[in-house]
Design a protein. Sequence first.
Length: 150
Amino acid sequence: MALDEQTALEYLSRSQENQRLGHAYLVTGSDRDGRASLTLGILREIVGLEAASLEEAEGEWVVVARPSSLSRRIVVDQIRALEHRLQTASGGQLKVAVIEEADRLQTEASNAFLKTLEEPPADSLILLLTGFPEQLLETVRSRCIRLAYA
């Protein structure tokens, strides 16, 4: 079932209040701007971070990986850098990793990321955004809670 932004944010807020927030969410939907808007809403509601864009949100507590190679893929080095940032001590502050266009993960990058999805660092939240979830490895999809954005 696809959720609107407000319903999805209420669901996540209740999960956090009940200390049941998942470690990884797969944010799906055909509207790229809608996925980004929902992600910014999550950063605002769950992390308390105000930002007008994902680029603006990047910083000490938020790391974003997006396609950047000539082949428009997310490569293993990007995933390793993201994982390293998640592993650093946070002093209890929630760290957020956002993977934009997660369907563009190279197979090697997906496989490298599985360990983090299976054993997430403390105080971390992982958001994978995609309009094509079926293109992700089944093992990646199965380790995330799906948020279908309408």
